[in-house]
Write a protein that binds this ligand. Structure first.
Ligand code: SAM
Length: 260
């Protein structure tokens, strides 16, 4: 897979040389190319922004500079254009899973008040475009979003994470739950003991305990996820656990009938 990141701060993407993403690049599993948007400017000052039409504070990134950059990159072949913006759709594991199956992403990192709106309007007719938000807060630029997207997508590419089983039971996976709590040695630390069941060696009981913990943690921390859960995937024991937490199956979804 190839990812092109266009930014006015190429150095910001240096962490993509580290850890699993860095190794994936070295192994040829992932081709990340970071470009300086200013390489597509035409003036002496390498200007990428100008004042907003209609007035107001801040500067807006010029569409002509972005257009030259994107046209040149797209001459290499098709890609999905990802435009980070706080007004975009919230980034989730579903995006990462879907994009891990694509050949190429171009991430266009905005700065200042963002990129002239005509850039997305123009490219939407030519390629898939996703305006993407990391969350309900405002950052200074899209570079952090580019780091997030590359890391979330790269770890799903075959061969990037050493043991693919570790991707199966994670939070936000296929079961729609948060992951259960995890523990390692020592079994006793600062007066806190690892739950006995995890030391029992009883595989079935461990599985059940983990499933209950995942249900409980999700109910407590992210009730919005429980409300969207596929109830067809819930067994009798799941329903009992959820019932204890105040959640019951109503039709084809879960409802909180008695807050815990
Ligand atoms: N004026 C814009 C607004 O209110 O929607 C915010 C611009 S922000 C200061 C500059 C750039 O940071 C954006 O163009 C985008 O690339 C990036 N950015 C800021 N917050 C973001 C978020 N929550 N998710 C993704 N990108 C974000």
């Amino acid at each position: 897979m190839r990812v092109d990141v266009v930014t006015i701060f190429p150095e910001y993407l240096a962490p993509l040389e580290l850890s699993l993403v860095g190794k994936a690049r070295q192994a040829g599993l992932l081709d990340v190319r970071v470009h300086d948007l200013r390489d597509w400017t035409t003036d002496r000052h390498r200007t990428v922004d100008d004042t907003p039409f209609g007035g107001g504070a801040g500067m807006v990134m010029r569409p002509d500079v972005w257009g030259r950059a994107l046209d040149e990159l797209l001459a290499d072949g098709p890609a999905r254009l990802v435009v980070p913006t706080p007004s975009g759709e919230p980034f989730t594991q579903r995006h990462a899973e879907s994009w891990a199956g694509e050949d190429r992403l171009i991430v266009a990192c905005g700065r200042y008040e963002g990129i002239d709106a005509r850039v997305v309007e123009h490219y939407r007719d030519r390629l898939p475009v996703t305006e993407l938000s990391l969350g309900d807060y405002v950052l200074n630029g899209g570079e952090v979003a580019a780091l997030v997207v590359v890391e979330a997508v790269a770890r799903l590419l075959p061969g990037v994470v050493g043991n693919p089983d570790s991707l199966v039971e994670e939070s936000h996976g296929a079961d729609g739950l948060l992951e259960y709590p995890v523990y390692t040695k020592p079994a006793a630390w600062e007066g806190l003991d690892v739950p006995d069941v995890l030391l029992s060696g009883h595989h079935g009981k461990v599985e059940r305990w983990r499933r209950d913990e995942a249900l409980e943690r999700t109910a407590e921390r992210r009730p919005d996820l429980l409300a969207r859960l596929d109830v067809a995937a819930l067994d009798k024991h799941d329903r009992q656990t959820l019932g204890r937490l105040g959640w019951v199956v109503v039709g084809n979804h879960l409802e909180l009938v008695r807050p815990a």
